[in-house]
Structure formats: structure tokens, C-alpha cells
Design a binder for this molecule. Structure first.
Ligand SMILES: NC(=O)C1=CN([C@@H]2O[C@H](COP(=O)(O)OP(=O)(O)OC[C@H]3O[C@@H](n4cnc5c(N)ncnc54)[C@H](OP(=O)(O)O)[C@@H]3O)[C@@H](O)[C@H]2O)[C@H](O)CC1
Ligand code: K
Length: 468
């Protein structure tokens, strides 16, 4: 598989995939010592820059994560940075033993209460199989209290790489986490991703793994063609309910995310509707309009029988659609017609969809999203601080942790309007979901803190500008 650096920087591997990728490199002639040198020296350079001459303590465990630690320590020593290794456990692997034997600096037993500026956590990495024993947990916590800056190597010790589950309560917060070779799911899954600090990745030569998950990346959005017009850029129809707020938020975002024309089918024009929003009371005419490129169904919908009938009628129009909010609570398998579709549930709506599609509401969020995508043949955006996008063919995209300021009412309507607008532009459900989720997160970064959903919707335009 060709190795393109940008694809490397976005693939997310589970422990088994990472192990297989490392074994493939070893089989192709790179030995594990070389891999450890690449990992350790790459991470060591990050540590050296951050330490900037201040004393560094490296905590080493028994496995290859610990081996990385010995390489990092030797790298710092060679570059004249004061370093001490705390030996939590003597190395148990060949590579780690070799790395320890190459280290020429100070090493102290694991019971030492060493103080310093920077702690490098190489206790455990992706090989953690169970919670830390009391003595190891106490050692890690004690050292963390004594070092203001804490750098986790590969993953913070105590975190399960595949699930992002902390296997101990009260694990220390890291200021920086340096992933080795490829991102792991823990880097983007709650609660682990909230305790990692800034994320960095060190390339050790791992090739592209077919079918691996990817990290959501900035999309490329084209400027409208010279001969574009509002219909060619995509007309979006919004089928909304009686609650005006959700409709206004979704349409405000949709008007800024690329669609050439946004039309709302509602019994009456909501007060304060944007002037650019065309409102019609004739839903049938809108659904029958050949120029309709995509539909958004659900904002402010309500959950009664009438709403269910309108949802079924709208989806029967067989246009690329986004179903959001109450539309998700009403969605049934029989309403699906195989046209491109994006579902945008939060955890509560996800449970309702799993009931409707007879799916178990248990397991990792990414696995549940994949199961619903396979069952519904729709793209599923399972929203949250750790949003995931799952495609019907098993595609999986994980989002970097979004701003916690998004936890206000209405931001989901903004996301749905943004995705629907992108869907109206090109009709590709997976691409629309990725573009919309990225624009939503970027708009939140642009508006900064304490923003309203309305301010977020208006910032979608600036986020689009960053993709041109
Ligand atoms: N594999 C490679 O080519 C490279 C790996 N890199 C780094 O290595 C780690 C993964 O290394 P691995 O040795 O698989 O795992 P760990 O270092 O995390 O340690 C696992 C060892 O620790 C034991 N273990 C697991 N959990 C505990 C626990 N709670 N308490 C005590 N001991 C524990 C485990 O043995 P068990 O049989 O007891 O499970 C292992 O002995 C990866 O994260 C990278 O940092 C390099 O980066 C690149 C080359
Ligand atoms: K670690």
C-alpha cells in the first residue's frame, strides 16, 4: 500500500492493527530495535524542546513502552538535558533490555520520590492489559504530583488503547501525549481523550493499513464555478416542525455552508427568519421540485403522528437527506429508500434508533455507529465530545475532541444544517458528514468561548473560508 504521509497522519489503529503494522515493518527488514530508536528519538526530540534544559524524569515500565523511555532518556542525555530514569519495573522485552543497556545516565529504583519539571510517562503503552497495581498507580500519581509538566508516551499509562477507558480511577492529566507510529482510538475517545492534553504523532514508518479508521481532516471546498447558479450549487429543502428556533439555526448554518438556495416548508414563516430563507407552505410542491438537491428533516419537528407522516412523505421523495432531532425519534426502517442519507443522533437519539433497528445499545460508540450504518445503509454521525462518523460500508472517521463550549442547546441544529447544505452541494453523504462535522468544530474554534448556537451558525462561513 503506497505510503503517503498525510494518510499516515490521519489513520487510527487498534492495538491489533498497530501490532500487525509493526510486524510487517519487521518482516520487511526493519528490526524492533530500529523501530524503538525511531520512536524514542522522535519522541525524545519533542521532550527536549519542551524541557528546554529543565530536569526530566522518565518513568519506565517493563514493556516496549518502557523501552521507548530508555531511548528517550539516552537521547536527552546525549543532548545535554538533565535526565533521571525511575525504574518502575526492569525491562522484560529484548528491545527494552537493549535500550536500557544503551542508556548511560542516572537511574533510580521505583520507590524514589524524584522531583523535576517534566515527567515522561513510559510505564505502559498499548500493551496494558489490566488496571495498574496499587504500587504502580501510587508511583505514577506521586511522580505526577512532583512534576508540573507531564508527557505521556503513546498513551497515558492506565488507559486502554482501544476503548479509551481508564483502567484506574484518578489517573493524572497529561499536558502532552505523543502517539507513536499511528493514532490509537484512545486519542479520540472519551474519557481518555480529555486527559491527554495536546496530541502529537511521531512517524516510525508504519504503512497505510487498509480499512483503518481515519481522523477527521480539514476538507477542501471549491469556489463556485464561473457559470454557477443557485440551483446548480444545490437547493436544500428544510422540512421543519413548529419550533422556530431549531429551524432558524439550521437554516442560518445551511445558508453559509455552500448550498445555493435554502427553502423551508412550514405552516408559517418563523419570526426572525433570515431574509435569504425562502418559506413555502406547500410541502408537496417542494418535494416534487426536480431542482431539490437535498432535504433536512427534523429540526423542531415534534414527535406526534402528524410529524411521523410528514417524515415518511419527505423521505419518500427519495432525495439525499439528513434526518436530525425528532426526525430520528420517528425514523423507522420502512421509511428508508436507499438514497444517500445522513443520521445525526446524540446518545439519546442513538438509543431510540437502535430500538427501531433492533440493534443492541451496548459496546463502543464507534462500533454502535458502524452497526447502525450497516443496518440503515445511512451515514451515522454519532455526536458528542468524541463524535464519530460511520459509513454503511464500514468506513469510520473519528473527530478530534471538539470545544466543550458546544454543549449548549441548538448546536446540533447548526450541525444538521451544515451537513445538509454540503449534501445539497454534492449529494455524497459520507463527504457531507465529514465536511459538516469539520466545519462545525472549526466554527466553534473560531467563535472561541461562551458562544450561542446562533453565533456558531454565523461562524460557519469563516470555517468554509478556511477550506477554500
Ligand atoms: N512493538 C513495536 O515494535 C514497538 C512498540 N512501541 C512501543 O511499545 C508499546 C507496546 O509495547 P508492549 O510491550 O506491547 O506494551 P507495554 O509497554 O504497554 O507493556 C506491556 C507489558 O506490561 C505488562 N502489563 C500489562 N498491563 C500491566 C499492568 N497493569 N501491571 C503490570 N504489568 C502489566 C505486560 O505483560 P502481561 O503479560 O502482564 O500483560 C507486558 O509485559 C507501545 O505503546 C509503544 O510505546 C514502539 O513505540 C515502537 C515499536
Ligand atoms: K505511557
Amino acid at each position: 500500500m503506497p505510503r503517503s504521509r498525510d494518510r499516515l497522519l490521519t489513520q487510527v489503529l487498534n492495538v491489533a492493527q498497530m501490532h500487525a503494522a509493526e510486524q510487517a515493518l519487521i518482516a520487511a527488514g526493519t528490526d524492533v530495535h530500529q523501530l524503538m530508536q525511531r520512536a524514542g528519538r522522535g519522541a525524545g526530540e519533542w521532550v527536549r524542546r519542551i524541557a528546554a534544559g529543565r530536569p526530566v524524569t522518565v518513568l519506565c515500565g517493563p514493556g516496549n513502552n518502557g523501552g521507548d523511555g530508555w531511548v528517550i532518556a539516552e537521547y536527552l542525555r546525549e543532548h545535554g538535558n538533565p535526565v533521571t530514569v525511575v525504574v518502575a519495573r526492569e525491562p522484560g522485552t529484548g528491545a527494552a533490555k537493549t535500550a536500557r543497556s544503551l542508556y548511560r545516565g542516572a537511574a533510580v529504583p521505583g520507590d524514589a520520590a524524584v522531583e523535576g519539571e517534566v515527567l515522561v510517562d513510559c510505564l505502559f503503552g498499548s500493551g496494558l492489559t489490566r488496571g495498574l497495581s496499587d504500587d504502580l498507580f501510587e508511583l505514577l500519581a506521586c511522580l505526577a504530583r512532583r512534576h508540573p509538566h507531564r508527557i505521556a508516551i503513546d498513551v497515558p499509562s492506565g488507559v486502554e488503547s482501544d476503548s479509551g477507558r481508564p483502567l484506574n480511577a484518578g489517573l493524572p492529566q497529561s499536558t502532552l501525549t505523543i502517539a507513536l507510529g499511528a493514532w490509537k482510538h484512545a486519542h479520540f475517545a472519551m474519557p481518555a481523550c480529555a486527559m491527554m492534553g495536546v496530541l502529537r504523532l511521531v512517524d516510525i514508518g508504519v504503512n497505510e493499513v487498509p480499512g483503518a479508521a481515519r481522523v477527521l481532516a480539514r476538507p477542501s471546498i471549491s469556489v463556485p464555478a464561473a457559470d454557477a447558479h443557485k440551483y446548480r450549487r444545490g437547493m436544500l429543502g428544510i422540512v421543519a416542525g413548529a419550533m422556530p428556533g431549531a429551524t432558524i439555526l439550521a437554516s442560518t448554518a445551511a445558508l453559509r455552508a455552500g448550498a445555493g438556495y435554502v427553502k423551508l416548508a412550514a405552516s408559517a414563516a418563523p419570526a426572525n427568519a433570515p431574509a435569504e430563507l425562502v418559506v413555502t407552505s406547500d410541502l408537496s410542491a417542494m418535494l416534487a421540485d426536480d431542482r431539490l438537491a437535498a432535504l433536512l428533516v427534523g429540526p423542531g419537528f415534534g414527535r406526534g403522528d402528524e410529524a411521523a407522516r410528514i417524515l415518511a412523505r419527505s423521505l419518500h421523495a427519495a432525495r439525499p437527506s439528513v434526518v436530525d432531532a425528532d426526525g430520528l425519534m420517528l425514523l423507522r426502517p420502512a421509511m428508508l429508500s436507499g438514497t444517500p442519507m445522513v443520521l445525526t443522533p446524540h446518545d439519546g437519539e442513538m438509543a431510540a434508533l437502535e430500538r427501531a433497528f433492533d440493534l443492541p445499545a451496548s459496546g463502543l460508540r464507534r462500533e454502535r455507529a458502524l452497526a447502525l450504518a450497516a443496518a440503515s445503509k445511512a451515514v451515522v454521525v454519532l455526536k458528542g465530545p468524541d463524535s464519530v462518523i460511520a459509513g454503511p460500508e464500514g468506513e469510520l472517521v473519528v473527530s478530534p475532541r471538539a470545544s466543550s463550549w458546544l454543549s449548549v442547546a441548538g448546536t446540533g441544529d447548526v450541525l444538521a444544517g451544515t451537513i445538509a447544505s454540503r449534501l445539497a452541494v454534492h449529494g455524497d453523504a459520507m463527504r457531507a458528514a465529514e465536511e459538516g462535522l469539520w466545519l462545525h468544530g472549526e466554527a466553534a474554534r473560531i467563535v472561541g468561548s461562551a458562544f450561542t448556537a446562533g453565533e456558531l451558525a454565523c461562524a460557519v462561513r469563516a470555517a468554509v473560508e478556511e477550506c477554500l
